[in-house]
Design a protein around this ligand. Structure first.
Ligand SMILES: NC(=O)c1ccc[n+]([C@@H]2O[C@H](COP(=O)([O-])OP(=O)(O)OC[C@H]3O[C@@H](n4cnc5c(N)ncnc54)[C@H](OP(=O)(O)O)[C@@H]3O)[C@@H](O)[C@H]2O)c1
Length: 302
């Protein structure tokens, strides 16, 4: 197999850390890690440097210096509600920075793998395929769609991987939906969870594995990658409580309009996974399997 040199942005994030781990353990590709933070959170096996992807010159310098075959961009402004109030910064990170990557990729014709989101859809119908028409409701979704459009119209080799409700563990990462529920239920605190927002929660390991396949099979184009099970946020929390043996009575169902979230969410953003399953040969975990894996991983850490 052809060994690749891969520049990984957002290496300290939830997905970035898992990509480091799985590529290191399961492939012979060389990763060069970067994130906005000064220090790497995990892998000491790969070179790490600090870089802000909103700096066009820094990104160009990095491509000149390392000459990567592929850039995997997991860096993003991921706080969906904060994107509504910090519009300028979120656009710079989620949209303009991807244009920086595109400009830099022209230096050596490297391919870009961009991570995108179900929030580019309005969630009115669900069952979205790679060809479904986007219609983002939130500023976050708009900024991520702008990045997709920049790639699609760029003429360079690209992969866009859309995913949703990512959960998993890592070192010093932001609390994702599953970790937040665990944190609250462990402390015996009541949580109110919407029972009218539906999706397909994705254990981060499955997404990192899909990226291995995309790299190894030299794929281009758009892929939908998520967990295989469709359920409400409330049902996800109840399943988590069952598996982690927390008190389910602490979980109270509420409706989205009671939450007052700054960013409007798609109510049903389910994906059709057929393309990823057939072309990449992946079999994403269901919620029970994903949460059991997370429980095992957390037990290894503690
Ligand atoms: N998490 C989800 O539920 C979800 C769902 C759908 C799609 N996605 C997409 O999946 C990808 C990975 O998400 P994730 O959950 O792994 O995100 P994450 O944990 O927030 O990691 C992103 C990393 O990028 C860093 N970063 C932020 N701004 C940067 C900049 N200007 N230059 C360089 N690095 C910067 C972040 O640092 P700071 O932490 O200091 O900001 C963080 O270390 C993103 O593209 C996201 O949009 C995520």
């Amino acid at each position: 197999m052809n060994e690749k040199k891969i520049l990984l942005t957002g290496a300290n994030g939830l997905l970035g850390q898992k990509v480091c781990e799985i590529f290191r353990n399961e492939t012979t590709h060389t990763l060069i890690l970067t994130d906005i933070h000064h220090q790497p959170e995990i892998s000491r096996d790969f070179e790490y440097f600090s870089m802000d992807i909103t700096s066009k010159e820094s990104v160009k310098d990095a491509v000149r210096k390392y000459n990567p075959d592929i850039i995997i961009n997991t860096a993003a402004f991921t706080n969906v509600d904060a994107c509504e109030t910090e519009r300028e910064l979120s656009w710079k990170v989620n949209a303009d920075a991807v244009k920086n990557l595109i400009i830099a990729s022209r230096i050596n014709n490297c391919r870009i793998i961009q991570i995108s989101t179900d929030y580019i859809f309005d969630g009115k119908t669900g069952n979205y395929t790679e060809d479904s028409k986007p219609n983002p409701l939130s500023y976050y979704g708009k900024s991520k769609l702008a990045a997709e459009n920049a790639l699609i119209s760029s003429g360079i080799d690209y992969v866009i991987v859309r995913t949703m409700i990512l959960y998993g563990t890592g070192k010093n990462i932001r609390l994702n939906f599953a970790l937040w529920i665990i944190d609250m239920l462990e402390k015996g605190r009541q949580i109110k969870i919407v029972d009218d927002q539906f999706g397909m929660p994705t254990i981060v390991d499955d997404l990192a594995w899909a990226l291995v396949k995309i790299v190894n099979l030299n794929k281009t184009g758009i892929y939908h990658i998520s967990g295989s099970e469709y359920l409400s946020r409330y049902d996800f929390a109840v399943r988590l409580a069952e598996i982690f043996k927390f008190d389910e009575n602490l979980i109270v169902p509420i409706k989205t309009n009671e939450l007052n979230q700054a960013a409007e969410r798609p109510m049903n953003s389910s994906f059709v996974l057929l393309k990823a399953q057939t072309e990449l040969g992946i079999k994403p975990l269901n919620v029970t399997e994903g949460l059991q894996l997370l429980k095992f991983q957390l037990e290894q850490i503690n």
